[in-house]
Write a protein that binds this ligand. Sequence first.
Ligand code: NAD
Length: 485
Amino acid sequence: MEDNVNTEIRSYWKNYINGEFVDGSGGERITVSNPATNEPIAEVARATPADVDKAVAAARRAFESRELLEMRPHQRGEMMFEISRQLDKLADEIATLECLDNGKTLAAGRGDVALTQRYLSYYGGMADKLEGRQIPLGEGLLDYTVHMPFGVSAQIVPWNGPLPVGARSIACALVTGNTVVLKSPEDSPLSLFAFAEACEKAGVPKGAVNILCGYGYDAGAALAAHEDIDHIVFTGSVETGKSVLRSAAERIIPCVMELGGKSAGIVYADADLEQTAKSAARGIFHHAGQICSAGSRLIVHRSIHDELVARLKAEAEALTVGPGIDGCTMGPLISAKQLDTVEGLCHVGVDEGATLITGGARLPETPGHFMAPTIFTDVRPDMRIAQEEFFGPVVVVIPFDTPEEAIAIANGTDFGLASGVYTRDLTLAHWTADRLIAGQVYVNEWWAGGVETPFGGTKRSGYGREKGQEALLGYVQTKNVGIRL
Ligand code: NAD
């Protein structure tokens, strides 16, 4: 274990509703386990649909009180800066929580706090910069647009990056004057409750942010279908996304949908192979591949295929797989169920005739949910392992001969979240970026971008954008005011 790491965490966490930390109304608790040991580490109050009702009612009252709207926009921004300052005090605890309930490495846990603070400062700074337009209508008429908040924003977050994914949506909602009810993921809920504490200490108005934890089929479904919400931000799987959209359709509620991916990086023959192997390895093995925008397919020019695969194999085998709290460089999958899914799909790959270069199975003799970093070659684009999302540390390598063929393979799945191009040829990079159907294209570095760059999907990967200035437009609707002077 690294020196100076505090592994003590609180044993019981309550829901945050109407500015107070409360038990679940049914009195039940959800046990949170450490995916690296499969041992229970804490309990969280289980929110039921009755608790969802209370949280939505609190958010509605907070919205209607106009407290947020009566603040000057820059004051809402300063509130984000204050939440960020409060997070400073919780940073070490949150990094430990992310290791213990989520399976992150310590570096990634610390990174998530820093990333969350970047979101808060970015959107805090944007609070007074979301401007409307003045539209010329000629003599005697004045016309302008304003951005109205929707009201109560319901937000549902997945297990893999609860803190930054949740915090960026909360920040966008608050600076635009919406109030929030957020359901944290039942597998890794704890860091968002630390965030709730930061909101409380920062003086966020009572009821403006409500964070609760319950099961998806129960509290999640109740929140998505609640008759008094005005807006949904959902991040999670395609199947759950469809059911959320069905609920939203009943009440014509706008949604930001951030769903799954099967993102491809195209490696041309002139690419810097050392850099490409490192970038591609990070793109799939970071957080054990449990990232929606992971680079899970590599489409490689036939002339460099073998050399790149050898380099990638070396990168995979250099990872130390084990508990993040011990300083290992790749942690576990979130649950036994997820490990079964990922390993099961690897078996499908072998049955389909693909070649396992490394990995392909869980680590033996450990109670944790550890999957070996895995590389498949001899993969055809129509195989299940080339089409379905693993959400684990598994990359499939597919050879190509012409750029047109590479584009067709890259675009040939139901998903369209991220994509990548590795080449020294700028013209080819632009040509390729132009043709890739995806919300983002990374050239020569997987995840090139930041909190400033819009992020979201095309096709079954969803719609709407998080991150960047553009995200704010997903939290407001335009009102036009036309005046005869
Ligand atoms: P999931 O859809 O099972 O769960 C996501 C959230 O939805 C959880 O909080 C869960 O409790 C809740 N939920 C489950 N059933 C629900 C229901 N019927 N109604 C309302 N809410 C419900 O997804 P997951 O398995 O936790 O996360 C992995 C998936 O999320 C992957 O497909 C991944 O690609 C995707 N993801 C996408 C992004 C993105 O930004 N595009 C980011 C992270 C994860």
